[in-house]
Write a protein that binds this ligand. Structure first.
Ligand SMILES: [Zn+2]
Length: 498
């Protein structure tokens, strides 16, 4: 008996080292999304078996479930400065199951011999599930009923906060945020057509992001991804929300910096979003194709990053150095809008009546984002220490700050809020105060303020967050709206240097 036991356990060990752990979705015959406990067991088994992979808990969700980060490296993660550090994360929206499933399939795909060369150049962290609480209930939001993908500027939620702590620790040079889109619904049915692309991918659109990175993303990365994904027999579209055409503007996404893609992009990261086609029953319809399509998009971006590693690394380094140098006195766009480039856009949509793909011409296509209101970048900002909602925000973002030591050339400005108006922001109303700039002539007590210099990586983010007229700023969130008071000075002051 003893020898039989030994030989059978040896057999098991050998067969396991050859065969990867089967992802839970595959075990179910691609019929049931992976539960949090199955995901935990799967990652634990993968971690035990693979030399390439180390799984670490990232944080706990609002309801106490673990989020996991899966580190891939042929050596010690982050130790080789020649490698590029890449961050992929999925399922911020809990009812977008295929992002998580695609990420879990990717873990197996990346262990195949033909993909090993990727890790000669890449150190990857993959977070397959950002929102386990939402996933278990198949709902969009987290356990606080917050939309995580609108939380990346204020970082009030444990899930998004942990993602940014991880980002700040490693300063990944490239990133991907994986979602699903749902093209079904009343307005589209009335219009008669809907989107039917397996995968949509897009890059950063905020005009403050490095022009070089945006241009390289649009002219090199997206065409490569389109070719790669369509060659694998999935249909592809450049991420372009909005519509139906002529009823709602079709554009290349928002320019807000509160989502997974742009909050990293604003730090001059080579940053992307991917959206797979949701099912009409988003939980279980068509799970195999949805998940494999998502996996294919992720693998495609890894291959592009592999092929262009040196260019991307050099570009990100140069463009981040500019942020750290400060660029004091240059302009920062804090209000912006979507504009036409004069060309109509031909979009392939599925016809409800014929059930076939049909080319529809979008006359009012708005692919260009331009600034409509700039401010001059100051040397830094003064935040009153007593406003702990702001000082905690500074800490959540790991911003460099210092005691304020006035220099002779410093001039301090503040904004008097003369009225609180609104303006249109992508179809919604957002707050837009009328301000008058005042020079602070009296002495201020430096002990009462934190000084936030702009010469750091989050340079653009700081300006966009702290200017009261910024349509992407902190005051547009309920948690910070009270900072605007008509007839009073805005509490955050600007330090200008002459
Ligand atoms: Zn989403």
């Amino acid at each position: 008996m003893k020898s039989l036991f030994l030989s059978s356990s040896l057999f098991l060990t050998l067969s396991c080292s050859v065969n990867p752990v089967v992802p839970p979705l595959e075990k179910s015959g691609f019929t049931i999304p992976t539960s949090h406990s199955e995901l935990t067991a799967y990652l634990s088994a993968v971690d035990a078996k693979s030399d390439l992979i180390t799984v670490k808990p990232l944080t706990q969700s609002v309801e106490g479930r673990n989020l996991y980060s899966v580190f891939f490296s042929k050596g010690t993660f982050g130790a080789d400065p020649d490698k590029i550090k890449v961050l992929f994360f999925a399922q911020q929206h809990g009812n977008e199951q295929s992002g998580k499933e695609g990420a879990l399939l990717l873990i197996n795909e990346l262990q195949k011999p033909e993909n090993q060369e990727l890790f000669d150049k890449i150190d990857l962290v993959l977070i397959p599930q950002m929102n386990p609480d939402g996933s278990e209930a198949n709902k969009r939001r987290n356990g606080h009923d917050m939309d995580l993908n609108r939380n990346h500027l204020i970082l009030t939620e444990p899930e998004t906060n942990a993602l940014h702590q991880l980002f700040d620790e490693w300063l990944f040079e490239a990133s991907l945020d994986v979602h699903e889109y749902s093209p079904y619904g009343g307005e589209w049915e009335v219009y008669g057509y809907r989107r039917n692309f397996d995968e949509q991918m897009g890059s950063t659109t905020n005009p403050n992001v490095s022009e070089k990175i945006r241009s390289f993303s649009n002219t090199e990365a997206l065409p490569f991804l389109k070719k790669y994904i369509t060659e694998k027999n999935y249909s592809f579209n450049i991420y372009s929300p909005g519509g139906p055409p002529e009823k709602d503007l079709i554009r290349y996404s928002t320019f807000d910096i509160n989502d997974g893609r742009q909050s990293l992009g604003i730090q001059n990261t080579f940053s992307f979003i991917q959206e797979g086609l949701n099912g009409e029953d988003n939980f279980k319809d068509n799970l195999k194709r949805r998940s494999e399509g998502q996996m294919t998009g992720m693998l495609g971006l890894l291959k592009f990053i592999f092929d262009n590693k040196d260019d991307i690394k050099a570009m990100v380094k140069t463009e981040r150095e500019k942020l750290v140098l400060g660029e004091v006195g240059s302009k920062v766009a804090i209000q912006m809008d979507h504009f036409s480039d004069g060309n109509p856009f031909n979009m392939t949509l599925l016809s409800y009546s014929t059930g076939k793909d049909t080319v529809v011409t979008v006359k009012d296509f708005r692919p260009v984002v331009k600034s409509t209101y700039d401010v001059i970048r100051p040397k830094g900002y003064l935040i009153p220490k007593k406003l702990t909602e702001l000082t905690y925000w500074v800490k959540r973002h790991n911003l460099d700050f210092a005691e304020y030591k006035p220099e002779a050339a410093d001039q301090i400005e503040q904004y008097a809020i003369t009225a609180i108006d609104t303006l249109n922001f992508e179809g919604d109303k957002t707050v837009n105060p009328a301000t008058e700039t005042e020079i602070v002539t009296g002495k201020i007590n430096p002990d009462e303020y934190l000084f936030i210099p702009v010469n750091q990586l989050k340079n653009n983010l700081i300006v966009i967050a702290l200017e009261p007229k910024s349509t992407l700023g902190l005051v547009t969130y309920a948690q910070f709206a009270h900072l605007l008071k008509k007839g009073e000075a805005f509490p955050v002051k600007r330090v200008i240097q002459y």
